[in-house]
Design a protein around this ligand. Structure first.
Ligand code: GDP
Ligand code: MN
Length: 346
């Protein structure tokens, strides 16, 4: 638009990105949510935020996943708050069930010990299944066969800032693999053997380590204020994966497939409480070019109790620079300074 007049741009954008547009500029991408039927109202509230700040301009489809069939109520309420297409998918049992090599007795005993040590959700089987599915299975769902990029959205999150550009096109055109907003330390008690298993994997596959990896970030032992919480060589700093915008070609690569299978066999998704966030982060930090990781500083975001709040007049309801509105100790969970030092600001 030669006059630079924003309304003109938006009018044209909304024609190009009309939900039924044939010659669309849209990338093969979807908004993606794993969610339970009973979370429908919190899902709708996340959708309303993201539609208002971004997706109403682009109309990327929403794809919902569940281990149980979605109810009519869920379909009705979620499809009512977007103009885009909505898809409702059931996860096949072979992707969700506990694998055959996981022993119930060992699971129960280790969960007991983890809970005694204060690890939340340790005995909740569905939480372990969820973390494993998010780590290594979601992108294998047949419904995503022709989809390359996704933006993961959880129920009850908030988006604060108007985003005028196509985030998926940005990823594609700038050759980015993974975008995040928040970087946190993890509780080392959830993953005592994750780093030792990773070291074993790397010894078996030295070629998989990328020549421009972010290993210095993964192994940083300086920034963490509370040093004894480092986990056997892993800083525990991870991309907080309830927000992620990513290229599934990475998860679908042989290197990641081999890494996930190694971890899956090792048992820590059940006998410990490995999260998909540290698993994704370690994989990206060692197997991917660090230049392909991107901090979305401009996307205002909250998942309780943490925020990413940009300094911009495009944001409403987000206090600039706020990281948490929770207790004081939560401020020490931010590990972006370590990330910026070792990887940079891009
Ligand atoms: P937290 O953020 O670590 O506390 O975990 P959440 O309870 O928010 O779970 C993460 C995401 O997975 C959310 O989008 C949940 O709706 C979803 N989720 C967790 N467990 C299940 C489950 O058993 N079934 C389904 N369908 N979704 C789940
Ligand atoms: Mn959550």
């Amino acid at each position: 638009d030669p006059t630079g007049e924003p309304e003109g741009i938006l009018t044209r954008a909304s024609e190009k990105y009309h939900p039924n547009a044939k010659n669309t500029d849209r990338i093969d991408a979807t908004l993606l949510a794993l969610v339970r039927n009973e979370e429908v109202d919190d899902m709708v509230s996340s959708m309303i935020d993201l539609e208002r700040t971004w997706n109403k301009k682009f109309n990327y489809p929403w794809t919902f996943f569940n281990d149980k069939p979605f109810t009519e109520e869920f379909k009705k309420k979620t499809s009512a708050v977007t103009n885009a297409k909505t898809y409702y998918e059931v996860i096949p049992d072979e992707h969700w069930d506990k694998p055959a090599w996981i022993d119930d007795q060992i699971f129960a005993e280790s969960a007991k010990v983890l809970e005694e040590n204060g690890v939340q959700y340790a005995s909740m089987m569905s939480y372990h299944k969820m973390c494993r599915w998010n780590s290594g299975l979601f992108y294998k769902h047949p419904a995503l066969k022709n989809t390359r990029y996704y933006w993961r959205v959880e129920p009850k999150v908030h988006f604060f800032c108007d985003i005028e550009y196509d985030v998926f096109r940005y990823m594609h055109d700038n050759n980015k693999t993974y975008g995040f907003t928040i970087n946190l330390y993890d509780d080392p008690k959830t993953l005592p053997t994750l780093w030792p298993e990773t070291v074993k994997f790397l010894a078996e596959h030295p070629d998989y380590l990328h020549e421009n990896s972010a290993m210095k970030w993964l192994t940083d032992d300086v920034h963490r204020p509370d040093h004894n919480r480092q986990a056997q060589g892993y800083s525990t700093c991870h991309f907080w994966s309830n927000f992620e915008v990513a290229d599934m070609e990475f998860w679908r690569s042989q290197a990641y497939e081999d890494y996930f299978n190694h971890l899956d066999r090792a048992g820590g998704f059940f006998y410990e409480r490995w999260g998909d966030a540290p698993v994704h982060s370690i994989a990206l930090g060692m197997l991917e070019d660090a230049n392909k990781l991107h901090w979305f500083r401009d996307i205002g975001y909250q998942h309780i109790p943490f925020f990413n709040c940009p300094n911009s007049n495009k944001c409403k309801g987000c206090v600039t620079g706020r990281f948490t509105d929770g207790e004081a100790w939560l401020h020490r969970e931010d590990c972006r300074p370590s990330y910026f030092q070792h990887v940079g600001m891009s």
